[in-house]
Write a protein that binds this ligand. Structure first.
Ligand SMILES: [Zn+2]
Ligand SMILES: [Zn+2]
Length: 457
C-alpha cells in the first residue's frame, strides 16, 4: 500500500488526545480498488489507447436503461469551469456554451477567477440555448456560487466570508484539496472530491516526456493521429484515484454532511505549441504562455528537432496539438445532480441535499445510476441507523461496484447491482470501477447516505 503524503502531521508537544482522535480519523483508508497499471505517459500509446476504446465500445453495448421512479431529473453538470475569465484561460463563454450543447451538458457552474473591478456575479446567468449557467468564482481556496453579489465581502475574514456566501441558498466548496488538506470544513456545502487539474499537476514526468515527444516529427504525427482517434482517452491519460481528496471527505463526513462534486477545472489551455526560434531552437509551451515563459529546446539535445523546424520561418508555429477543447473536458468528468427541475433554485436545493454523483462520462454515460435503500432512503439522506437497513445500488452498465463504509470497503460486487444489509451505522458511499483495456480504473463516485448511530435511550 502506498504511503499517503497528505496524512496530518503532529507537532511536538501537541496534547495527546486530539492527536489520537486525528490519527483515528486519518486511518480512514480510502484506498483505491486497484493501483494504476501504467503511467500517464505510457497510456498515451496506440495499443493502450485502442484497447481502452474497445472496452468503452463494448461497455456501451451492454448498457441497460434505468427509469427513475422518484420524478427527479438526472442533470449533467460541470462545476469549476473557466471561460474568458483570466489570462491563463484560452476559451470563451460562447465556446463553452457550444461545447455544452454538443456534449449534452445541462448546467455549468462557472468559477471565474476573481478580477476586480469585475463582479463575477455579472457573468452569464440563466438558460442560454438550453444550458443553465450559474455564475460563481474560484477564490480564496473555495468554489463559490452565492445567490447575490458578495463583491463587497471579498476581504472578510474566512469564517465571515463563508457565512456571507451561504446566505439564502449560496453554495461554497473547498477546492484544490491538495493545497489545503487540513483546511476546516465549518459552514461549507462540500468539497471537490476530484479535480482534473490536480492530475495534471501530479504528472510532472509525463508532461516532460510529452514535451520531448513534441520535438520529434514522427512522434508529432503519431500524437496528432492518436488525439484525433482517441481524444477522450488521451485527455484522461493523467486521471488517477483522488485519494487525498477522498480521505479528506471521508474524515469530514464522519461528523457532518458535505456534498462531493467534481472539479472539471477546464480552461481550454492545454493546447501545446512548438514555435520556431531559429533553425536549431524551438520554444515549447501552451497557447496561453508568453514566449518568455515557454521552454527553450536546442537541436543539440534533440537532433530530430532540426527536421521539424526545416522549411519554416522564425516565429512560425510548427506544431499545435489541442488536448482539451471544451467538448473533451466536459466529457472528461462531471457531476450528475438529481433535481426536481432544471432551474437554479432546484439545483441549489439538490446539491445541498447531496443528491449527486461524480463520473467520468467519456467512459460511459452513467445516467440512471441509483444509490439508496430501505424506506425510501436516497443518496444524501441522513437518519439514525436501524437494524435491517438494506442499501441498494443500480448501475446502467456492468461494473465493479464497491460499497465503502467510513472510508473502508465493506462489499464488492461485479455486475449491474449491489445489495447490502448494513451491520451498523456509518457513512456509506459507492465507487464504480471499470476494466478498461486491462487496467482497472475508477468511473463513478456517489455521494453518501449517512446512517448515524441512534442517540438517546
Ligand atoms: Zn485557473
Ligand atoms: Zn480553476
Amino acid at each position: 500500500m502506498r504511503r499517503n503524503p497528505h496524512k496530518p502531521r503532529f507537532h511536538d508537544g501537541a496534547p495527546l488526545l486530539p492527536a489520537l482522535l486525528l490519527a483515528a480519523a486519518s486511518s480512514l483508508a480510502s484506498e483505491p480498488l486497484a493501483e494504476p497499471r501504467w503511467s500517464p505517459n505510457d497510456r498515451l500509446h496506440r495499443e493502450r489507447l485502442s484497447a481502452v476504446q474497445e472496452s468503452v465500445d463494448s461497455l456501451a453495448r451492454r448498457r441497460r436503461e434505468i427509469r427513475r421512479t422518484d420524478g427527479l431529473l438526472d442533470l449533467r453538470c460541470n462545476f469549476h469551469a473557466h471561460a474568458g475569465d483570466s489570462t491563463h484561460t484560452g476559451g470563451t463563454p460562447e465556446e463553452i456554451l457550444a461545447a455544452a450543447r454538443s456534449v449534452g451538458v445541462d448546467v455549468l457552474f462557472l468559477s471565474d477567477h476573481f478580477r476586480p473591478p469585475r463582479d463575477f456575479m455579472d457573468g452569464w446567468r440563466g438558460l442560454r440555448d438550453g444550458v443553465l449557467f450559474i455564475p460563481g468564482s474560484e477564490c480564496r481556496g473555495f468554489l463559490v456560487s452565492p445567490e447575490r453579489s458578495v463583491f463587497q465581502s471579498m476581504q472578510e475574514p474566512i469564517p465571515e466570508f463563508v457565512r456571507t456566501v451561504n446566505r439564502g441558498d449560496g453554495l461554497i466548496f473547498l477546492s484544490h484539496i491538495e493545497e489545503r488538506p487540513d483546511h476546516p470544513m465549518d459552514g461549507l456545502t462540500g468539497l471537490e472530491i476530484y479535480n482534473r487539474h490536480y492530475d495534471a499537476k501530479r504528472d510532472f514526468t509525463g508532461i516532460l516526456k510529452l514535451v520531448l515527444r513534441l520535438t520529434d516529427p514522427e512522434q508529432v504525427v503519431e500524437l496528432a493521429d492518436l488525439l484525433r482517434r482517441y481524444p477522450d482517452a488521451c485527455l484522461a491519460g493523467q486521471a488517477a484515484y483522488p485519494q487525498a481528496y477522498l480521505e479528506k471527505w471521508d474524515a469530514a463526513t464522519a461528523t457532518g454532511r458535505f456534498t462531493g462534486v467534481a472539479a472539471n477545472d477546464c480552461h481550454h489551455n492545454q493546447v501545446f505549441l512548438v514555435k520556431k526560434l531559429d533553425d536549431d531552437t524551438a520554444l515549447i509551451g501552451t497557447v496561453v504562455d508568453k514566449d518568455e515563459d515557454m521552454r527553450k529546446v536546442k537541436a543539440l539535445l534533440r537532433p530530430a528537432l532540426r527536421r521539424l523546424l526545416a522549411g519554416h520561418k522564425p516565429g512560425d508555429v510548427v506544431v499545435r496539438l489541442d488536448f482539451d477543447p471544451y467538448e473533451r473536458s466536459l466529457r472528461n468528468v462531471s457531476t450528475h445532480v438529481l433535481a426536481s427541475e432544471k432551474t437554479e433554485p432546484a439545483l441549489r436545493t439538490a446539491v445541498k441535499a447531496g443528491r449527486a454523483y461524480v463520473s467520468h462520462d467519456w467512459m460511459a454515460d452513467p445516467t440512471g445510476f441509483e444509490f439508496g435503500g430501505t424506506d425510501g432512503l436516497r443518496m444524501g439522506d441522513e437518519r439514525p441507523w436501524t437494524a435491517g437497513t438494506v442499501l441498494r445500488v443500480e448501475s446502467p452498465l456492468p461494473a465493479k461496484i464497491r460499497l465503502i463504509r467510513d472510508g473502508l470497503q465493506v462489499a464488492l460486487e461485479e455486475g449491474y447491482s449491489l445489495r447490502h444489509e448494513t451491520a451498523g451505522p456509518g457513512v456509506y458511499r459507492v465507487e464504480l470501477w471499470f476494466d478498461l483495456g486491462g487496467e482497472v480504473r475508477p468511473w463513478l463516485y456517489s455521494n453518501p447516505v449517512y446512517l448515524r448511530p441512534a442517540t438517546g435511550n
